[in-house]
Design a protein around this ligand. Structure first.
Ligand SMILES: [Zn+2]
Ligand SMILES: [Zn+2]
Length: 289
């Protein structure tokens, strides 16, 4: 196997002009995997996808060498919301996104668990779990999973501790449809010090003590503009932020993540030149043996 075949690296890719255009964009940016929004992520609703979009998208992935495509849900959704209409809109929007993902053949959707809006963490987690139950029951039989993303813990955002993700998995009935997504910038801002080998090992051990590693659906590889434990979510280019290159060298060479797709969510312009550069840097860190 070549170095590149061992890893599944890519980026978040725009769906401007239609989801079926994303795979070609991904290929141009040297992606083997892509993350997409299933609709405009700043709007609550979208026109249904015509059924032919499913095969068109899957063919485009095959034509452009995209091994895995998965989704990220809209930032508007908050399963911890305490007021209408946000509660109902969040539940309906997530159900709609799962249906869109199913049509497109996306195996999972990354979701920020939600904010408790002042209700407190325990109550917030219970609320989010019961709404996940509602969403998963409303899409019963769907092969699409929800990957709960570790968050930076900004404001009242939950999900900034492995304990939060473990508790949600514990509480939800259809937990076989739940996975997790690890974002390096979020972990660092949440207080997990990943800068050293010892910090990396203890972070992975802390995760594994609570959640089996095979729940991991994806990595978001982002450096962090904000500091350790700052609880501020600001992504930076690989090796240019406060985390530094060594963490990324460890991740891309860790055999435990060999089958886990890894995508960038770092700042970029329209032609994705920054992604090409960041992906080349990540690939250069892979040591063969
Ligand atoms: Zn992320
Ligand atoms: Zn982020």
């Amino acid at each position: 196997m070549t170095k590149r075949e061992k890893l599944r690296l890519g980026a978040h890719v725009s769906i401007t002009g239609g989801v079926d255009l994303a795979p070609e964009r991904g290929q141009k940016a040297t992606c083997e995997v892509i993350q997409i929004f299933t609709k405009n992520n700043m709007q609550w609703t979208a026109k249904p996808l015509p059924p032919e979009t499913g095969p068109a998208f899957r063919n485009a992935c095959a034509d452009h060498g995209i091994a895995v495509a998965f989704g990220h849900t809209s930032y508007l959704i908050n399963l911890g919301a305490v007021e209408e209409p946000t509660i109902e809109r969040s539940i309906q929007a997530l159900i709609d996104e799962i249906e869109r993902a199913d049509l497109l053949g996306l195996p999972f959707l990354v979701l920020h668990p939600g904010g408790h809006m002042g209700e407190g963490e325990e109550k917030g987690l219970a609320t989010i779990a019961s709404r996940l139950d509602e969403v998963l029951a409303g899409t019963k039989g769907s092969p699409v999973k929800i990957a709960l993303e570790i968050t930076a813990g900004q404001g009242t955002q939950l999900g900034y501790r492995f304990e939060h993700l473990a508790e949600l998995i514990e509480r939800v009935d259809a937990a076989d449809r739940l996975g997790i997504c690890l974002d390096t910038a979020h972990l660092f801002a949440a207080g997990y010090d990943l800068r050293t080998g010892a910090g990396y090992d203890s972070t992975v051990a802390a995760l594994e003590a609570l959640i089996p590693l095979d729940r991991l659906c994806a990595w978001h590889l982002n450096d962090s503009k904000s500091g350790l434990g700052s609880r501020v979510d600001r992504h930076d280019h690989i090796g240019k932020g406060q985390i530094g290159l060594e963490l990324f060298r460890r991740i891309v060479n860790d055999p435990r993540w060999r089958a886990v797709p890894m995508v960038l969510e770092t700042p970029k312009g329209k032609d994705m030149a920054e992604d090409i550069e960041n992906l080349a840097l990540l690939r250069s860190l892979v040591t063969d043996h």
